[in-house]
Design a binder for this molecule. Structure first.
Ligand SMILES: Nc1ncnc2c1ncn2[C@@H]1O[C@H](COP(=O)(O)OP(=O)(O)OP(=O)(O)O)[C@@H](O)[C@H]1O
Length: 749
């Protein structure tokens, strides 16, 4: 046989034939895993020879194309005694045959190979057969002028400057030098003057230090919109005090306690805000004098990631601007006596919708009550430190949100008094959501069986040019699906099927242990995790079940990175500023519309271009109308067009053949190891649970019952799933339609 066209065939035996002897012989082998692997392979070869006449044959074949790294693989179970030997043939003819035979009912697609159909039958997974018909009711309703108005809506604007708005010159210079920010965005232009109002509109008592609701689309710079005025006012207060009391440099110190609290829903966001704050207050000596303008201001972040005692110690010393998460704040307000909040002047509720969504409403109410009781503002402040007109006359509360749903409005009702609504956009007719104009939004209706290969096709096409940098975020609905797909994309590309697929469970466990050893060894050498499915691309995962330390590392690394893929849950959807993300893939639709807005908002930030694609099942098409009713317009993309991206090198190849090969490789990988199967099963059940959490208003589109009807018309139902939960085959079969693998399996052992 020619090396350039190497075909390997492995024939599986009945589950226990010869396995005992392999296992016992392997145990006798001395030496490391490499030696054991070598012996195992030779034993397997012997075993194969001696059993070549067996009646029940499960056949798998691997075609290795010389000169190419791409390994294509097909497999299935054959129930006759015929020995099936696929050969590499004219690939185009082969794919044509695949197409023609694609309707052959319950058996997997039969592919009679060119020229010798009598005894050479290749059977491939039928991911292209019996898929529901896709009727896109939205397609012809979309007119091109609805799509991605190219004028960026969240970009900095040229007609105003920060100095023109009244901000301190040195603060503005600092922002320019350290953050490269020169011009305000629309929301900053609108909000900052109101937040400086004590200074700007001193005579206008109606317009002084009002509470503010800040609603602006994602990536429009809301953080600086509230941080800049606070730091500015503290600088002005310092200057005022220095002018009245020339002898002291500044009588204000960190011991004055906490003057501003910024509440955020997640630790990541708290850390992000804190790092911006550190930059803002670290102003070099003024060009006009040698004074450090804000030297006394100590920012701090308390998010529960460290020991409570050390948090207490930091609070005792004094944190003037505190960024924190609600649970920890309430804890310290209730239990840390040295936590001084009597002089609090600003309270910011950032990502307010997310705060509520994570169930913090009661915590927020308790925090507000304690702060109301303990805060002394305006005339109640006895110290001379607070006589400057630059202090807000009362505690100013600012609520930020990219979306304004009813729960947020309720929160506004009891936490803000007579608030002023400032919006970065021209929200029309009670519009609650807005996405950046320049964001290109698309959707693809994908039959369940094609989801995984479609995702692979998109990722492969994005990274096909090795010299271009891309950052991509893929959103999943739950932690377990992130874990499963992460493992699949990290390991399945290197998976050598011949290593393990044809041996018993007992031997498999032994061998998997050996292989894990080697895997651990290679992983400890390199900290970077590369995908083997999308070669040479770094892969990250981020979700709430990971250790905080790992989450922080991932966030930091992915932020700095030029090229890579992040698999994540909605933990990364809110507020996180991950620079230069080019594409968002919503592999699982969001469980709430506002999550859609936040997810796509990780790209197209600050006027930059961005792309977002949403995966929908055929039963979920109506979701596009829901988006449209909220002025969110997405353009359809055909699944076939995306899959054609799989044909990269050999243009004569049929994308269906390649997609099937990829799918089967995934399947073989999943079936190779009990751990993978467990991951898959967990992913499946968590996926179903997450699916059940779609909001009531969208239940008619995303209903678990619909999902089952759509996914496996004949055999699937939730009840059946529960009964059969112990059965790997069934679980994987069910899972497969939704998450990936689709080949029907014979139950082993
Ligand atoms: N005027 C500006 N010009 C250029 N860049 C800016 C400007 N204002 C803020 N930025 C930068 O834009 C990025 C996004 O800002 P920020 O995180 O505050 O946006 P956001 O509106 O809060 O977004 P999200 O709703 O997604 O949380 C940050 O990296 C920030 O440094």
């Amino acid at each position: 046989m020619d090396n350039s066209n190497l075909i390997l065939n492995f024939v599986t035996q009945g589950p226990n034939v010869g396995n005992q002897s392999i296992r016992s012989k392997l145990k006798e082998v001395r030496g490391g895993w490499k030696e054991k692997n070598r012996v195992r392979k030779s034993l397997k070869r012997e075993l194969k020879k001696s059993n070549s006449g067996s009646n029940e044959i499960s056949l798998t074949s691997t075609i290795v194309e010389a000169g190419s790294n791409e390994i294509s693989l097909t497999s299935t179970n054959v129930e006759t005694g015929s020995n099936v030997l696929p050969e590499k043939s004219n690939s185009k003819k082969q794919s044509n045959q695949t197409n023609k035979s694609s309707n052959k009912g319950d058996k997997e697609t039969l592919n009679h190979l060119n020229g010798d159909s009598n005894n050479k039958t290749q059977i491939i997974s039928s991911i292209f057969t019996r898929n529901p018909e896709i009727v896109d009711i939205n397609e012809n309703k979309i007119s091109s002028n609805n799509i991605a108005n190219n004028e960026p809506s969240n970009a900095p604007i040229n007609d105003t400057s920060f100095i023109g708005m009244g901000l301190n010159v040195d603060l503005v210079a600092n922002v320019k030098n350290k953050l490269g920010i020169e011009k305000p965005t629309n929301v900053q232009k609108k909000a900052i003057p109101f937040l400086l109002s004590s200074i700007q509109n001193n005579n206008d008592t109606n317009n002084k230090d009002v509470d503010i609701v800040l609603q602006a689309e994602t990536g429009s710079g809301k953080t600086l919109a509230y941080l800049l005025p606070i730091v500015h006012r503290l600088i002005c207060v310092t200057n005022d005090l220095q002018n009245t009391d020339q002898k002291t440099r500044s009588p204000l110190s960190r011991s004055v306690g906490t003057l501003a609290i910024i509440l955020t829903p997640t630790r990541e966001l708290a850390k992000q805000i804190f790092s911006v704050l550190e930059i803002l207050v670290n102003i070099p000596p003024s060009r006009l004098s040698d004074r450090h303008l804000a030297h006394w201001i100590v920012p701090g972040s308390i998010t529960g990631g460290e020991k409570k005692q050390s948090e207490k110690a930091r609070l005792r010393k004094g944190i003037n601007i505190l960024v924190c998460t609600p649970g920890r704040l309430l804890d310290h307000l209730s239990n840390t006596k040295s936590f001084i909040v009597e002089h609090l002047h600003w309270l910011i509720l950032d990502e307010a919708d997310r705060l509520l969504e994570l169930g913090f409403e009661e915590t927020l109410q308790n925090i507000l009550k304690i702060l109301d009781d303990r805060t002394e503002t305006g005339n109640n402040l006895k110290s001379n430190l607070f006589t400057s007109p630059m202090w807000p006359k009362k505690r100013q509360t600012i609520l930020c949100s990219a979306t304004l749903k009813d729960d947020v409005k309720r929160l506004v009702g009891y936490s803000l008094s007579n608030p002023l609504y400032v919006s970065g956009n021209d929200y029309s007719k009670g519009q609650m959501y807005s996405t950046p104009n320049q964001l290109k939004q698309t959707y693809v209706i994908t039959p369940a069986k094609l989801r995984l290969v479609t995702l692979t096709a998109i990722l492969k096409s994005i990274f096909k040019d090795k010299n271009t940098n891309h950052k991509v975020i893929v959103f999943f609905s739950c932690c377990d699906t992130v874990d499963f797909h992460f493992d699949l994309f990290v390991n399945s590309g290197n998976f050598q099927k011949d290593e393990i697929s044809n041996i018993s469970e007992g031997d498999r466990e032994l061998i998997m242990d050996i292989d894990e050893e080697s895997h651990r060894e290679s992983n400890s050498k390199s900290k970077e995790i590369l995908s083997t499915v999308i070669p040479k691309v770094r892969l990250f995962k981020l979700h709430g079940d990971l250790l905080q330390r790992d989450r922080t590392t991932t966030f930091n690394e992915f932020s700095k990175l030029k090229s890579g893929i992040l698999f994540c849950t909605d933990v990364a959807a809110r507020g996180l500023d991950l620079p230069n993300v080019a594409k968002i893939i919503q592999y699982d639709p969001p469980t709430d519309l506002k999550d859609y807005v936040h997810r796509v908002g990780r790209t197209a930030r600050l006027g930059k271009k961005g792309d977002a694609i949403l995966f929908l099942l055929p039963s979920e098409i109506e979701y596009i109308s829901v988006l449209k009713s909220h002025e969110i317009h997405a353009e359809p993309v055909q699944v076939e067009a995306l899959l054609e991206n799989l044909v990269q090198k050999d243009k004569n190849k049929d994308y269906k053949v390649i997609a099937t090969d990829i799918q089967l490789r995934f399947e073989e990988y999943v079936y190779s190891d009990n751990k993978c199967i467990t991951l898959a099963r967990k992913a499946y059940s968590s996926f179903i649970r997450a699916y059940a959490t779609h909001s009531v208003s969208e239940k008619h589109i995303f209903h678990v019952k619909k999902l089952h009807l759509d996914v496996k018309p004949k055999s699937l139902s939730l009840k059946r799933m529960a009964e059969e939960d112990v059965n790997d085959e069934f679980a994987i079969g069910s899972y497969s339609s939704l998450l990936g693998p689709t080949t029907k399996r014979k139950k082993k052992g």
